[in-house]
Design a protein around this ligand. Structure first.
Ligand code: AHM
Ligand code: MG
Length: 334
């Protein structure tokens, strides 16, 4: 035994035999995302020194301020994925319409949706942020990809994952055969396997939500959080609250430590805040692979048929027991 943990690249290649139809294209897409992750990680670590903090002065399609790092990372991921020739169409939080790769070999078999830097307002305070990605197999037959390749329900995903830029940089993904986590060794520039086949832990009495919005929440969400805060040691109450305000970091903590993350709809954000294709769906795929669940309060996130690239959904994700509980609060109010 050398004690050497396989690199992400070795791990993916070893598992590629599970996907004989993929003929190496899948590894190329994953390698492009991993390379983007390393470059974004480096830029984030140096952010204050290389003037990468702050905003561009523009707003994106959703009316949000665009951080300089959002812009830079968005272009980087589009270039790296486009270069593989394995991606026929892309969707990014930062771009309104579908993005077609410039490389003429745009007949690639995958459609990729991504959020280049989610939670980017955290960069200015050196707090964690993340990249989220979702890989779908194309449904159109040939040539450049179209909207329908992107607008597929989450249950069809070929793979999904995130890169967490925290106290260390982690690449976590699933292809529907477990969730695997890798840590970046910056001295080698390699992601090494840290956890294979991650599962949510048993203990789950932690909730993660922006309770500052509670005044605009609907009744079931208000009642649910009140219930979580009551004192009843037998049912593990009161729950602890933890909220970073960056979805990848909040989800990663729940995946490793247990609990539930919620972003309910409210009277201001009538569909919730988080976006289905490149925030909710990929993490929902991972949650289910790790033994958890994700719902919009009533429906399974992976069964929602998307109608728009930037569509939002109310979101509850985490340990199955906790997600079932909030679903009961919602169904009994219907
Ligand atoms: P962004 O895509 O504009 O960065 O917004 C998404 C982020 C998530 O990471 C996080 O879960 C959520 O917004 C936090 O929202 P709020 O500040 O309303 O609590
Ligand atoms: Mg985002």
């Amino acid at each position: 035994m050398t004690g050497f943990q396989p690199t992400l690249n070795q791990f993916i290649r070893a598992r590629q035999e599970d996907y004989p139809e993929a003929v190496g294209e899948f590894s190329q897409v994953m390698n492009a995302i991993a390379l983007a992750g390393k470059l974004i990680s480096r830029e984030i670590n140096l952010a204050g020194l290389v003037a990468a903090t702050g905003y561009t002065g523009r707003t994106n399609v959703q009316g949000e301020e665009v951080a300089k790092l959002d812009d830079w990372s968005n272009d980087l991921i589009i270039d790296l994925l486009g270069e593989t020739g394995c991606v026929c169409v892309m969707c990014s939080e930062e771009v309104e319409g579908a993005i077609t790769p410039s490389k003429s070999a745009s007949a690639g078999r995958y459609a990729v949706s991504f959020d280049p830097v989610d939670g980017s307002s955290n960069i200015d305070i050196a707090a964690p942020v993340g990249t989220i990605f979702s890989i779908q197999r194309r449904v159109t037959k040939s040539g450049v990809g179209h909207l329908e390749d992107l607008l597929q329900p989450g249950r069809n995903q070929a793979a999904a994952g995130y890169i967490l830029y925290g106290s260390s940089t982690m690449f976590v993904y699933t292809t529907g055969k477990g969730v695997h986590a890798f840590t970046l060794d910056p001295t080698m520039g390699e992601f090494h396997l840290t956890f294979a086949d991650l599962k949510f832990p048993e203990k789950s009495n932690v909730y993660s939500t922006n309770e500052g919005n509670a005044g605009t929440w609907l009744e079931p969400d208000v009642e649910w959080v009140e219930w979580l805060k009551q004192n009843d040691p037998e049912t593990g109450r009161p729950y602890s609250a933890r909220y970073i305000g960056a979805l990848v970091a909040d989800f990663h903590r729940i995946l490793l430590k247990g609990g539930i993350f919620a972003y309910p709809k409210n009277t201001v954000q009538r569909e919730g805040k988080l976006r289905l294709l490149y925030e909710c769906s990929p993490l929902a795929f991972m949650a289910e692979q790790a033994g958890g669940l994700a719902t919009d309060g009533l429906k399974r996130i992976l069964d929602i048929e998307p109608t728009g690239l930037h569509q939002r959904t109310p979101y509850y994700i985490g340990n199955a027991r906790e997600v079932e509980l909030i679903r009961r609060f919602h169904s009994s109010s219907n």
